[in-house]
Design a protein around this ligand. Structure first.
Ligand code: GDP
Length: 330
């Protein structure tokens, strides 16, 4: 690839709105943050994973995105803070407390302070912004809504709150479907509509996040999907499925259990009607024609983001595709 610039070198004045879950989304967002100014893109984060635990309001995806942008994330795990200690959790377990959810000592401060501020009447948006700013992150990170929405995983046995499925039960139960409790009454974050208003040619990018439990809740907030569709820029997704598998997490397992092949083709079908283009990995290039036959344009590049350079290159590629759209080269 030659020289990869690692700081804000591009201008993207049309704006860009990226929809993100946690770990997969944060990797792309970090790439974008290295090539765009923080005022040039909006990160809309899933809050369906949010829940209350030990009296605390926990927002896993918001924290993952914020910690990642602050360069504080534990690289190995992809979530939580680096150099974390676990004294609180170990003592809690020693007392017979509810210790299944991993709360590190440093991380705990985020949840305690967020819970306090929300109880005082602050919105999740303002708390998110304040925490990002305290951690030196200037990117605009906004929750999809300020209202409570809870992703419920329907399994063959029972309905499980998302974190019970994901963390406590380690994604073992067989998935039958999903629903998003509270979503009907949720109002989309006004900052998203405001952003679309001010950036009528913005591109919409679906990060390589879990389609069912990270992106679908965002697109399911009443009115949000149509608002995003109404902007004039291209709508592009990056497939979280590479060569028939997920890079991390249960996306491929979920697809199999739902009777959907775990392929980039199935990702195209899932987002059909919303996206204009899908970015797939070189290892899936054989799917090019099949996907393009659905009317979705396909871009092939390296979508595995292991290093910072991978993230920056993929973000740059996405910006190239967007530029090409405006140059009528699609
Ligand atoms: P979570 O909310 O923490 O589960 O994270 P996300 O929903 O944002 O991301 C999970 C998805 O990201 C999984 O389906 C992974 O396959 C995908 N993912 C993780 N890392 C990468 C990567 O480097 N490249 C691509 N294309 N997908 C990735």
């Amino acid at each position: 690839y030659g020289y990869v610039p690692l700081t804000n070198v591009r201008s993207h004045s049309n704006g860009l709105c990226v929809l993100s879950g946690g770990v997969g989304g944060a990797k792309l967002v970090v790439g974008l943050s290295k090539v765009l100014k923080s005022t040039e893109f909006l990160v809309v984060v899933n809050t369906g994973d949010d829940f209350h635990h030990l009296g605390l309001k926990i927002c896993p995806d918001i924290d993952t995105v914020t910690y990642t942008l602050a360069d504080l994330v534990d690289q190995e795990r992809g979530w939580g803070l680096k150099d974390e200690t676990w004294n609180f959790l170990n003592n809690l377990k020693g007392l017979g407390g509810d210790g299944w959810f991993n709360l590190g000592d440093k991380d705990l401060a985020t949840h305690v302070e967020r819970t306090q501020r929300l109880a005082r009447g602050d919105t999740l948006t303002s708390v998110t912004k304040a925490f990002a700013s305290s951690l030196g992150v200037s990117s605009m990170i906004v929750p999809m809504t300020n209202d409570p929405v809870s992703t419920i995983v329907e399994t063959s046995e029972e309905h499980l709150a998302f974190q019970h499925y994901f963390v406590r039960d380690r994604c073992l139960p067989e998935v039958k479907g999903f629903h998003f409790h509270g979503i009907g009454a949720a109002k989309s974050n006004p900052l998203i509509s405001e952003y679309c208003e001010g950036n009528n040619n913005a591109a919409i990018v679906l990060a390589p996040s879990n389609p069912f439990v990270s992106i679908d809740p965002i697109l399911g907030v009443p009115g949000l999907k149509d608002r995003l569709l109404s902007v004039k820029g291209p709508k592009i997704a990056i497939s979280p499925i590479i060569n028939g598998g997920a890079v991390k997490g249960p996306a491929a397992k979920m697809m199999e259990e739902l009777g959907i092949p775990s392929t980039a083709m199935a990702i195209a079908n899932h987002y059909k009607g919303f996206i204009d283009a899908l970015v797939i990995d070189h290892s899936d290039s054989k799917l090019f024609e099949e996907i393009e036959d659905t009317g979705i344009k396909v871009f092939i590049t390296n979508t595995v983001m292991r290093t910072l350079e991978n993230k920056v290159v993929l973000a740059n590629e996405c910006l190239n595709y967007i530029d090409q759209f405006w140059e009528d080269k699609w």
